[in-house]
Design a protein around this ligand. Structure first.
Ligand code: ATP
Ligand code: MG
Length: 539
C-alpha cells in the first residue's frame, strides 16, 4: 500500500512537474538523533530518494550558534551512516549564510522587510491572538534606505544582541499568526561551530529553511505536522526571494512511542542531569542508545515500514518496536545458557573428575545448523528461582524429591539442599541414568526443563537488565516525575564458556531469559538485555 507522499511524488513524476526528485534530512546539531528521526530518515531516504532513484542530502540546520556543537555533527553523521544511508552529500546550512543575507537585503529593497527595535517580548505581545489582529510596529513603514543601513549595522557588529531585528513585512491582520511580520534575522554575538565569529546576525528557522531547500533544489521538503501552519510563510519566502522552481513542503505525523521521551531537548536534560549514562545509554531512544542496546539497522527500518506514514498523530506501542528486533534475533541469534541469579547445584552421583561434552544447536530455527559443545561436570549453577523448598501450587521446576530436565543434558532428582538461614546456597541432586537428551528411552517423565551452566568452565558476566525509562503513568505529568526507578538492574551472572569470547555487538538468546547483546563499549563481559522472549504486543 502506498502512502500519501508516494502518491504525490508519483503524480509529480507522471505529470512531468519533476523529472527527478531530491529530498533531505535536516537535523539541527543540538543533540543525538532519536528513533523519531529514524522515521524521517527512512521516509526521506529509503521511502523516496532510493525508491524513485532520486538524490538525498544530509543537511545540518546549523543556524543557531548557541546550541550547536561538532560532537553532535559527528554523532549524527555516524548514526545516519549506521542506518545504511549514503552520506556522500553532507551539507551545512551555515554554508549558505551569504546567500541568506543577500535574500534578506533583496526583501528590504523590495519593501518586504524592515528593521525593528522591538524586544522578543514586545513582538510576542503585539502579535495579537487567533481572534484579534496584531499591532503594527511604528517602524513598519520606515524608509527602505534606513532599514538597509540598520541591517548593515547589525551585520557589521555595531548592534548588541536583541537591540534590533529584521522582520518580514507581510500582514499583521493575517488569520495565520506566522504571517504577522515574523522575525527573520536577529543579532547573536556567539562563536559558530563552523563559521567562527564571521557572522553576528543569524537567520530564523522559518526564513532559513525554505532558502536551504531552494538552494539545494529539493523537490519535496518533508517535515512533521507542526509545520503545517508555517507552510504559507515557507511559500512566501521562496516566492519573494525569487527562487525558480521553488520546493514544496509536505507534512506527515511525527513518531511518538509510549513510555518514551522523543525530543532532543528533553533527552539532553536526562544526559545533563545524570539520569542516564550518556546519550548512548541503552535505555535511551537515541540511535546510539538503541544500537548499544542491540537493535540493528534493519530492525529499525522494518519498524518504520510497519508504522507507515500518515497525517494523523498517534502513539505507537513500544511492543511493536520490540517485536521487530525480537523476530530478527529469533531467526539469527545464536543460543546460549546463562544463569542470572545463580545457586550451586552439586551432582552427587558423579565424581570430581567427571566432565562430558554435550552437543547444542547454535540456533534450532536453522535447519541443519551449527552445533556447539557445552561441558557438564558435577558442579553446576542453576537459577535461584528454579528450586523451591516450599513450592507454590503448580510449580513445574525443581523441588526436593522432584525431577526436572537439565536442558540438553540429563534428568536430575533433587535429594538435599544447604541453606544459610532462609537462603538456599546449594542444591544436591542426582542424575537419573539413561536420560541423556536425544538418547533417552527411560520413560521418566518431567514437568519442566531448566537451563544451567557448568561451574568449572563458566565465565562471569554482567547482565544489565533494562526496563522502560518512564513509568506507565499519566502522560500529562512532567517526565521527570515519571522516571522508572528500576529501569536498570545489574546482575552478576554465570555463563557458558563460549560467551567469554563473544564479539562486541553480538546478540545471543539466553535460553528462557531473553536476547542479550555484548556491550559495544565495555572491555568486560557486559551483556545488555535487548528484549525479552515473550511477545506481549498484541497484533
Ligand atoms: P527534537 O525536538 O527532537 O529536537 P526536532 O524536530 O527539533 O526534534 P530536528 O533536528 O530539527 O529536530 O529534526 C530533523 C528532522 O527530523 C525534521 O525534519 C523533523 O521534522 C524530523 N523529526 C524530528 N522528530 C521527529 C519525530 N518524532 N518523528 C518524525 N520525524 C521527526
Ligand atoms: Mg529542533
Amino acid at each position: 500500500m502506498s502512502n500519501f507522499i508516494e502518491d504525490i511524488i508519483e503524480n509529480d513524476l507522471a505529470s512531468g512537474k519533476h523529472s527527478g526528485i531530491i529530498t533531505r534530512f535536516p537535523p539541527e546539531p543540538n543533540g543525538y538523533l532519536h528513533i523519531g528521526h529514524v522515521k524521517s530518515i527512512c521516509l526521506n531516504y529509503y521511502g523516496t530518494a532510493v525508491k524513485y532513484g532520486g538524490k538525498f542530502n544530509l543537511r545540518f540546520d546549523d543556524t543557531n550558534p548557541a546550541k550547536e556543537d561538532d560532537e553532535f555533527v559527528r554523532s549524527i553523521v555516524d548514526d545516519v551512516k549506521w542506518l545504511g544511508v549514503d552520506t556522500s552529500n553532507v551539507l551545512f546550512a551555515s554554508d549558505y549564510f551569504q546567500k541568506m543575507y543577500e535574500c534578506a537585503v533583496l526583501l528590504i529593497k523590495k519593501g518586504k522587510a524592515y528593521v525593528d527595535d522591538m524586544s522578543a517580548d514586545e513582538v510576542r505581545a503585539t502579535r495579537g491572538t487567533l481572534t484579534e489582529p496584531g499591532v503594527e510596529s511604528k517602524n513598519r513603514n520606515r524608509p527602505i534606505e534606513e532599514s538597509l543601513k540598520l541591517f548593515e549595522d547589525m551585520k557589521n557588529g555595531l548592534v548588541p544582541d536583541g537591540a534590533l531585528i529584521l522582520r518580514a513585512k507581510i500582514d499583521m491582520a493575517s488569520p495565520n499568526i506566522n504571517m504577522r511580520d515574523p522575525v527573520i534575522y536577529r543579532v547573536v554575538h556567539e562563536v559558530h561551530h563552523r563559521q567562527g565569529d564571521k557572522w553576528c546576525i543569524y537567520p530564523m528557522y522559518d526564513f532559513a529553511h525554505p532558502i536551504e531547500d531552494a538552494i539545494e533544489g529539493i523537490t519535496h521538503s518533508i517535515c512533521t505536522l507542526e509545520f503545517e501552519d508555517h507552510r504559507p510563510l515557507y511559500d512566501w519566502i521562496v516566492r519573494e526571494c525569487e527562487f525558480e522552481n521553488p520546493p514544496h513542503q509536505y507534512e506527515f505525523a511525527r513518531l511518538a512511542i509510549k513510555r518514551t521521551i522523543m525530543s532532543k531537548r528533553y533527552l539532553k536534560r536526562l544526559v545533563d542531569t545524570g539520569a542516564v549514562d550518556g546519550w548512548d545509554d541503552p535505555r535511551m531512544p537515541t540511535i546510539a542508545g538503541l544500537r548499544r542496546r542491540g537493535y540493528t539497522p534493519s530492525s529499525l527500518i522494518t519498524f518504520c515500514e510497519k508504522i507507515g506514514v500518515s497525517k494523523a498523530n498517534s502513539e505507537v506501542e513500544t511492543g511493536l518496536l520490540e517485536s521487530c528486533i525480537r523476530d530478527e534475533l529469533n531467526a539469527n541469534a545464536p543460543r546460549a545458557m546463562a544463569v542470572l541469579d545463580p545457586i550451586e547445584l552439586e551432582i552427587i552421583n558423579r565424581d570430581d573428575d567427571y566432565s562430558e561434552q554435550l552437543d547444542f544447536e547454535v540456533n534450532p530455527t536453522v535447519e541443519g545448523g551449527e552445533v556447539r559443545k557445552t561441558t557438564i561436570s558435577n558442579r553446576l549453577y542453576i537459577e535461584r528461582s528454579d528450586f523451591e523448598v516450599t513450592p507454590p501450587p503448580k510449580f513445574k521446576r525443581l523441588v526436593l524429591g522432584g525431577t526436572v530436565r537439565l536442558k540438553g543434558a540429563y534428568i536430575i532428582r533433587a535429594v538435599d539442599y544447604e541453606a544459610d538461614g532462609d537462603r538456599v546456597v546449594k542444591v544436591k541432586a542426582e542424575i537419573i541414568e539413561g536420560t541423556k537428551s536425544g538418547q533417552d528411552n527411560s520413560g521418566v517423565k518431567v514437568k519442566g526443563v531448566i537451563h544451567w551452566v557448568d561451574a568449572k568452565t563458566a565465565v562471569d558476566i554482567q547482565a544489565n537488565m533494562y526496563d522502560y525509562l518512564l513509568l506507565d503513568t499519566e502522560d500529562k505529568v512532567d517526565f521527570s516525575e515519571r522516571m522508572n526507578p528500576s529501569s536498570l538492574e545489574v546482575r552478576q551472572a554465570k555463563a557458558e564458556a563460549y560467551l567469554g569470547q563473544a564479539n562486541k555487538g553480538t546478540s545471543f538468546q539466553f535460553l528462557r531469559q531473553g536476547y542479550f547483546c555484548r556491550d559495544i563499549k565495555s572491555e568486560n563481559n557486559v551483556f545488555n538485555l535487548v528484549v525479552g522472549l515473550k511477545d506481549s504486543y498484541k497484533k
